[in-house]
Write a protein that binds this ligand. Structure first.
Ligand SMILES: Cc1cc2nc3c(=O)[nH]c(=O)nc-3n(C[C@H](O)[C@H](O)[C@H](O)COP(=O)(O)OP(=O)(O)OC[C@H]3O[C@@H](n4cnc5c(N)ncnc54)[C@H](O)[C@@H]3O)c2cc1C
Length: 457
């Protein structure tokens, strides 16, 4: 039997929650190890949020440069070199990785690089470059994330589709990018590649984009993307794929539509990383969707084993994974923070941004919650006019029988930042009248909140 190395805290997967917990506990004097397959700092900084938002910024610059004449500046023969975009993205990622690595080193936890799997309760074998190490922890925290799902579409797997990982590292511009899936990753990358110079078609099986949002949001998103020349094909069912991504690929639908492209990007959901890692040997059970079953304290079905982040079914955002860290850290300090009732905002980084916190109308209706609504087109916000960023709208839901804010959605410039102001009001349990009557600097986008909440009947 291999020598078993013992730790106070063993973190399996170095995502946002895991790495933060590891640094925190190592600094507190605990003996801590993190088992990580190879992404120093997790998905967010290596293959997800940070590279995608860096690429999106390059695409915004290309777009703004093409619009330069509108602002009085001539910029002729605008062209993008995707290899330079890729280099810029890679250098932002490298800086973040180095920054994370120095934080890890300073905290003193042991980073064990290699593929891990449970071999018995609370014990993980790691295939390192130098053989197998076997580690055990008094307390074990799983933070393994998710991976891009490749749906069971005939011909898809054989077409070698790319995922966000490869898309963010492309050095040659796709002639025509087909994107399978109209969720937030598909929309963000679809718009970015269109702006960088590729033809783009988003192929979505549902009847609208972003189906969890209200219909007015879906149709405004459609308008924004189509307005920039992104082809959007909805209700695409019974699809089959032929050809190879990177050469020539084609997607056909049951109703006879046919899309030809040079590259195929799958952005059709995420799969938890729970297969083939011996969870059954550790007593860790899965829910019906294949995510790790946890309670509101993020405890799994195994004694002294917790799960955090996307693999535990937490909403798929870095800030949600970070909050999972807060929950388990609170327990280590004798606190009682749980996942119950937490408000998790989000922002989709298409341009203009879409952001939401709290309920939208469809959710309020399905829960039988009565509400008042107020709406404001971005076009009437003075700052939006000065920026020539007039697309979109703000929408708020306020309780019918009190002044409580139930939710806020915004498609518009700086939506993520404006949403945070509304979120603070919600967290402070302040009435909507605070935003209606508060003095905001002029001309900012946030001052639109005065007008929006002035529209609550
Ligand atoms: C393209 C894209 C864009 C995104 N943009 C945003 C955004 O703008 N904002 C936002 O909030 N969220 C965004 N997300 C989601 C965000 O990236 C995740 O929610 C976030 O990274 C939290 O992930 P996590 O902590 O659950 O795990 P992860 O960060 O995925 O970490 C899991 C870690 O476990 C490791 N691992 C897995 N299996 C093993 C194993 N068997 N052995 C050893 N190690 C293993 C992996 O290498 C990985 O480092 C985006 C996601 C994608 C795909």
């Amino acid at each position: 039997m291999a020598r078993v190395e013992s730790f106070d805290i063993l973190v399996f997967g170095g995502g946002k929650a895991g790495k933060t917990l590891a640094m925190d506990q190592a600094k507190a004097g605990k003996r801590v190890a993190v088992v990580e397959a190879g992404l120093i700092g997790g998905s967010c900084i290596n293959i997800a949020c940070i590279p995608s938002k860096t690429l999106i910024r390059s695409a915004e610059v290309a777009h703004a440069t093409r619009r330069a004449a509108e602002f009085g500046t001539h910029a002729d023969n605008v062209r993008t070199s995707l290899d330079l975009v890729r280099n810029r993205t890679a250098s932002v990622v490298a800086e973040m990785v180095a920054f994370n690595q120095s934080g890890f080193d300073a905290s003193g936890f042991e980073l064990v690089i290699g593929w891990g799997r449970f071999v018995s309760p609370k014990t993980i074998a790691v295939e390192t470059g130098n053989g197998v190490r076997t580690l055990t922890g008094d307390k074990v925290y799983i933070n393994l994330g998710t991976t891009a799902a490749v749906p069971d579409v005939p011909g898809l797997a054989n077409a070698d589709p790319i995922t966000h990982v490869e898309a963010l590292q492309l050095g040659d511009m796709p002639r025509h990018l087909l994107v399978l899936g109209g969720g937030y990753i598909g929309m963000e990358l679809g718009q970015a590649f269109r702006r960088l110079g590729a033809d783009v078609t988003i192929i979505e099986s549902g009847e609208r984009l972003a189906p969890r949002e209200d219909e007015d949001v879906s149709s405004a998103l459609l308008d924004v993307l189509q307005g920039e020349g992104v082809n959007i094909a909805l209700n695409c069912n019974g699809t089959t794929v032929t050809g190879k991504s990177g050469q020539s690929v084609s997607v056909k639908t049951a109703d006879g539509r046919h899309f030809e492209g040079s590259h195929l990007l799958v952005a059709a959901g995420r799969r938890p990383r729970t297969e083939g890692i011996g969870l059954e040997l550790a007593g860790v059970e899965l829910d019906t969707r294949g995510f790790i079953k946890v309670d509101e304290h993020l405890r799994t079905t195994a004694q002294d084993v917790w799960a955090m982040g996307e693999v535990a079914g937490t909403p798929m955002f870095t800030h949600a994974s970070l909050d999972d860290y807060r929950i388990v850290a609170s327990q280590l300090k004798g606190g009682s923070r749980t996942t119950q009732g937490r408000i998790i905002p989000y922002c989709v980084f298409i341009d203009p941004e879409f952001a939401r916190v709290g309920l939208n109308e469809s959710e309020a209706r399905s829960r039988g919650i009565e509400y008042r609504t107020a709406r404001l087109p971005m076009d009437v916000v003075p700052r939006a006019r000065t920026l020539s960023q007039r697309k979109g709208f703000m929408k708020a839901l306020v309780a019918k029988d009190s002044d409580k804010i139930l939710g806020f959605s915004m498609l518009g410039v700086n939506a993520g930042e404006v949403m945070s102001v509304v979120q603070m009001t919600m967290l402070g349990e302040l009435p909507f009248t605070v935003l209606r009557d508060g003095i905001f600097a002029h001309p900012t986008i946030t001052e639109g909140l005065n007008m929006l909440f002035g529209n609550v009947k």
